[in-house]
Design a protein around this ligand. Sequence first.
Ligand code: NI
Length: 253
Amino acid sequence: MIDTHIHLYDPDFDTDRDAVVSRARAVGVSAMVLASVSEKEYDAMLHVEAQYPDYCYASIGLQPEELTDLAAQMSWVEQGLKSRRWIAIGEVGLDYHFDTSRAAEQREAFRQQIRWALDYDLPLLIHSRDAFADTLQILQEHKSSRLRGVMHCYSGSAEWAREILKCGDFYFGIGGVVTFKNAKLPGILPSLGLDRLLLETDAPYLAPTPHRGQRNESAYLTLVAQKIAEVFDITPEEVSARTDNNAKRLLKL
Ligand code: NI
């Protein structure tokens, strides 16, 4: 299994990060993608990546809710991109859930970071909440055979997924939400198809049932794989193998 979206540098893990990584390895998690949020967590993220070489891979990008100073933060991403190689650009996108006062700036940051993903030939980790229409429109503007990425924590419809897939080589990140009681997500997994799914935790957030509400960690991916296996009527091992292949293809791991 590959955890394609985790915030392992979060202070929630400061007291037992080694144990969290050991438990992940013990259940077969072979790699983790550290999703960037903003310049504030940058040093902590790079520190964690260096602690777990050939296991944790850092991305760079500005999460839309963290937007405070567009010019300065885009300059931070640009300098970062020039300074080294990254696994992906993200998490980037649009979030209108709590605040739409910076919606126009969010769109500008998203467009800029998509252009860089194309320039640097990197996949995008896309965060989209209460902003599906605008997210889709911006992806359509950049439609290309080279455009690729993952819709992190996918919560959209099957129809919307079909439109996204027309824009480039896209995957859908599936995490703890799929295990929640009354979740709609299991119902649309068959129309997404196993070849388009990636496993992710978004830890420390969104722990799967029966840990819902507690701190999440990569070892719980077994619960996510188990649920996906039930939906497709296959074994969890097959889910791991297929989603690993998808992740390796997208991330060039
Ligand atoms: Ni995240």
